[in-house]
Design a protein around this ligand. Structure first.
Ligand code: SF4
Ligand code: SF4
Length: 191
């Protein structure tokens, strides 16, 4: 990603303050920008902003850049960064908070499959109570990049043939109760 020069007047310091009050994000201010997180992250070479830069963007109040970065969707939640951070910053939790806000604000990179997959997975489980790989993956591809299906045909067929995935859809009983519980969690996270 092309990273352009940013000016302080473009920042949103109030958002930065608010973000630092979220669970797991309270210690962001103590970051010393040592780069240990970026050095240990197995995926940082694919990220547009390394974990160290993500922390710097949040502290400086660059909401737009932090929320629309691919980094937060590439994070595999391996916790290496959090385990090694000398300031005990919960970087993985920070990534989750950014993901939540990016989905709410619809700020994720256009046609990028991972956030679409997260959203489709949530919708499916909310309605059926169970995941079903084939419809979720099809929706993800249609809403992001249909060509992605071409790269999945071989492995998908192998999984289907050996019974690891199926076209059968299962619904749990009392999905209404599940939906009420999920709505309560959503309301709580907005509070
Ligand atoms: S390892 Fe911790 S202190 Fe160092 S740059 Fe990353 S978040 Fe900041
Ligand atoms: S939790 Fe995410 S950001 Fe941290 S090291 Fe693992 S992949 Fe990288």
């Amino acid at each position: 990603m092309k990273q352009t020069m940013k000016f302080q007047r473009e920042a949103d310091p109030e958002w930065s303050e608010r973000f630092r009050t979220l669970p797991g994000c309270e210690r962001i201010s103590s970051c010393i920008q040592c780069g240990t997180c970026s050095g240990t992250c197995p995926l940082s070479i694919y990220m547009d902003y390394t974990p160290r830069k993500i922390i710097a963007l949040i502290r400086a109040g660059f909401r737009e850049e932090a929320l629309s970065s691919k980094t937060i969707w590439l994070c595999a939640s391996c916790y290496s960064c959090a385990a090694l951070c000398p300031q005990q910053i919960h970087i993985t939790d920070v990534m989750y908070s950014l993901k939540r806000e990016a989905i709410q604000a619809k700020k994720y990179p256009p046609r990028f499959p991972i956030p679409v997959l997260a959203q489709e997975f949530f919708n499916y489980v909310k309605n059926w109570g169970r995941n079903a790989e084939i419809p979720v993956v099809l929706k993800m591809a249609l809403k992001s990049n249909p060509f992605i299906l071409l790269s999945m045909i071989r492995s998908g067929w192998g999984l289907f043939r050996t019974g690891r995935i199926s076209l059968k859809r299962e619904r749990i009983k009392r999905t209404g109760e599940l939906q009420r519980a999920l709505s309560a969690v959503k309301e709580h996270s907005h509070a």
